[in-house]
Design a protein around this ligand. Structure first.
Ligand SMILES: [Zn+2]
Length: 306
């Protein structure tokens, strides 16, 4: 694994590719093999939104691999802190890591749509539940992309270890609406005040119901297509509003002391997004990350985060 240092407290790491075993925790064997070998039908490719290519396979595998690596780095750090807990102050920020090319939340067990071949969050969640059984027993997914996390909603429908929370624009479903554990619909043209008030309300409710020891890990799908200038988003949230949104989630994690894995789907919403202050803010406002994973193999230099 190559490592690049971008500044003193952020370590960028090129995402590893997910393995077939890791994908099989979540997706159908036959579906995985057909995708890896370029045997998908035209209709399947159309649903995903891009034609099959060798690069596309690497892209899909690194997207899952990056989120999984971020999750594992958080769990490893958690393990380390548990071992050294006698010297910890108890006020330490929970470990966190970010992946800038994840968030493919429209992938199902045996099909994909909306630029999502595999669900990076679902695979990462399933793998860490298996790999860190003593540490990770219950996971919360907070999906604040403008679209519903429909794939994850279905993948975890009957799984009590994983709670899915999805905020979405009521007029902007990718395909059929699915049922998350908590779905919150926001109106078309939703502004900062409405959005932030609603998010604050629901995070407080979750905090009250769950308490500090219920969840062991949070995956935060921090999609930025709620922005007012997103072509397809249909919401009206300012850049400041998105920063505030992120802060609400980070404060929530901090108050409850729950480790956090942050993912964006940078590719589907334009690489330029990574250059705006949102990402810089995301990195700065929660203190020192464990690591930040770049999703594209060999191209971490395209990230303009300072
Ligand atoms: Zn989206």
């Amino acid at each position: 694994m190559h490592t690049n240092n971008f500044g003193s407290n952020k370590e960028f790491v090129v995402s590893p590719l997910a393995t077939v075993d890791e994908l099989e925790t979540t997706h159908c064997k036959d579906y995985i093999q057909r995708f890896l070998n370029g045997q998908q039908s035209e209709k399947e490719q159309r649903n995903v939104g891009f034609p099959w290519s060798r690069e596309g396979v690497d892209r899909a595998l690194s997207s899952v691999g990056g989120t999984l690596a971020a999750a594992c780095s958080v769990c490893d750090e958690l393990e380390r802190r548990n071992i050294e807990s006698s010297s910890s102050s108890g006020l330490e920020m929970p470990p966190w890591a970010a992946h800038v090319a994840g968030g493919t939340h429209h992938a199902f067990y045996d099909y994909g749509e909306g630029f999502s071949v595999f669900s990076d969050i679902a695979v990462a969640a399933n793998v860490v539940l298996q790999r860190y059984p003593a540490l990770i027993k219950r996971i919360l997914i907070v999906d604040l992309d403008v679209h519903q996390g429909n794939g994850n909603a279905v993948l975890f429908q009957d799984r009590s270890e994983v709670t899915t929370v999805s905020f979405q624009c009521e007029g902007n479903y990718f395909s059929e609406k699915q049922k998350s554990d908590l779905d919150v619909e926001l109106p078309i043209g939703c502004n900062d005040a409405t959005y932030l008030m609603t998010l604050h309300h629901w995070l407080k409710r979750i905090e009250k119901l769950a308490g500090p020891d219920f969840y062991d890990l949070i995956f935060y799908q921090a999609g930025v297509d709620i922005l007012e200038d997103d072509r397809l988003g249909r919401m009206n949230i300012s850049a400041k509003g998105v920063q505030r949104r992120n802060e609400l989630v980070y404060d929530f994690a901090r108050r409850l002391g729950i480790p956090l894995v942050i993912v964006w789907e940078v590719d589907t919403h334009g690489m330029q997004m990574i250059g705006v202050p949102l990402s810089t803010h995301t990195l700065r406002s929660t203190s020192r990350p464990t690591s930040i994973f770049a999703g594209q193999p060999k191209t971490p230099e395209v990230l303009h985060i300072e």
